[in-house]
Design a protein. Structure first.
Length: 75
């Protein structure tokens, strides 16, 4: 049988409520920051994929040259 007292940290080594609250707040801040970075990266990826798709179709952004799927150019 395991002695429950042996598995608990002594009172002096336990984190205080203030310390735990601070750690929780910092974790929430980090999650928010990572979520914002993730959203930015998703937007960048969407733009890059759109540009790649446009380039593969041969459509220029300025609209001067459009290439049909069969390879014939429209001017």
């Amino acid at each position: 049988m395991i002695d429950a007292r042996a598995t608990r940290p002594v009172a002096a080594s336990r984190a205080s409520d203030d310390s735990l609250l601070m750690r929780l707040e910092l974790a929430h801040q980090r999650i928010r920051k990572l979520s914002e970075e993730n959203a930015e990266l998703r937007q960048q990826l969407a733009r890059s994929l759109g540009e790649l798709r446009t380039a593969r179709l041969g459509v220029h952004v300025n609209g001067e040259t459009k290439v049909r799927r069969n390879g014939d150019a429209d001017s």
